[in-house]
Ligand binder design. Sequence first.
Ligand SMILES: [Zn+2]
Length: 55
Amino acid sequence: MKPKEHRPIDKKIFDIVDWGEKQSGHICELCGNPGVLRNDDWLMVRCDECWKKYR
Ligand SMILES: [Zn+2]
């Protein structure tokens, strides 16, 4: 039995971190306005308006 190079869980975590870095300083996921990366239990990009509204 050959060892697997990438366990699925590791790949998943890597993808999330990579995604977060790409989203940093980009646009709000909800409305498309300029937003910033927020970290509140989860990494997300929100503008100020959506951040206040949905948090
Ligand atoms: Zn927004």
